[in-house]
Design a protein around this ligand. Structure first.
Ligand SMILES: [Fe+2]
Length: 257
């Protein structure tokens, strides 16, 4: 047995879809309710679908009974305030697990590298069923910001940096790829994140919007990259020292975002 996966994601672990015309929609992400949820970086989250339809963001496996990241329950009060976001999350027609808007405060490149993590979307996912991947719809027009993808958390070789203007639409195997966002600017970035189950519906959606599994990386000056690598190493060392002092092994800044 093996998981059902998308051929489009097989090579690079991501696809970038056609850009959505975000400017025509109201800023629904400003109307919905947020709660503080510790993730990588300085964040808040506003769930649209959660384990039991409550305004909370915990992994479905942390509920009773524990289950994988599928069959999210839409939250009526949030859906009412964000009909366009809900429509877009449901458009592929594949199963939706967690669905929420992330609010991320400005995050420089080095901090982003420190925040790089893999998600745990497929915990308890039964073998032979669809692999859970994630959609990222950028809502704010973050023209200087970019999503960072790596196969190895501390190796910049092959790093991909995907631009995040309003309407950018990415689908990423976030359990395979290390990922985090560099957010430049003074205002928070907002992005709709949806857990989707791989299968023919998601494949058709990726094809319909011309999913590209290779994109040109956002250009960043070499000195900024080098400073970022140094900052990641410095923060990793500080974290390791902190845990060593407590007699524990350092844990990575794992999170759900
Ligand atoms: Fe994540």
């Amino acid at each position: 047995m093996a998981y059902i996966t998308s051929a489009a994601l097989a090579e690079t672990g991501y696809v970038v879809l056609d850009r959505y015309n975000q400017e025509l929609d109201p800023k629904e992400w400003l109307d919905i309710e947020y709660n503080d949820w510790k993730s990588s970086g300085d964040t808040r989250f506003a769930p649209l679908a959660s384990a039991f339809g409550e305004i909370e963001c915990n992994g479905f496996w942390n509920h009773k009974p524990p289950r994988t990241d599928k069959d999210g329950v839409w939250i009526d009060s949030q859906v009412e305030k964000a009909p366009n976001l809900t429509r877009r999350a449901m458009e592929p027609g594949s199963n939706v697990g967690r669905c929420r808007v992330i609010e991320l405060q400005p995050t420089p490149y080095g901090e982003c590298l420190y925040n790089l993590h893999q998600d745990d979307n497929n915990r308890l996912n039964p073998d032979g069923t669809g692999w859970v991947v994630r959609g990222f719809f950028n809502l704010t027009d973050d023209t200087e910001s970019f999503f960072v993808l790596r196969e190895n958390r501390t190796d910049p070789e092959g790093e991909v940096r995907i631009a995040l203007p309003a309407g950018a639409q990415l689908i990423i195997d976030t359990q395979r790829l290390w990922h985090a966002a560099t957010h430049v600017g003074t205002d928070p970035r907002y992005c709709l994140i949806t857990s989707w189950t791989s299968g023919p519906e998601l494949d058709a959606y990726i094809a319909k919007y011309n999913g590209m599994n290779h994109v040109e990386s956002v250009e960043v000056p070499q000195d900024v990259l080098d400073a970022g690598y140094a900052e990641q190493a410095r923060k990793d060392a500080a974290r390791a020292a902190y845990y060593a002092a407590k007699g524990q092994q350092a844990k990575l800044a794992m999170s759900e975002a």
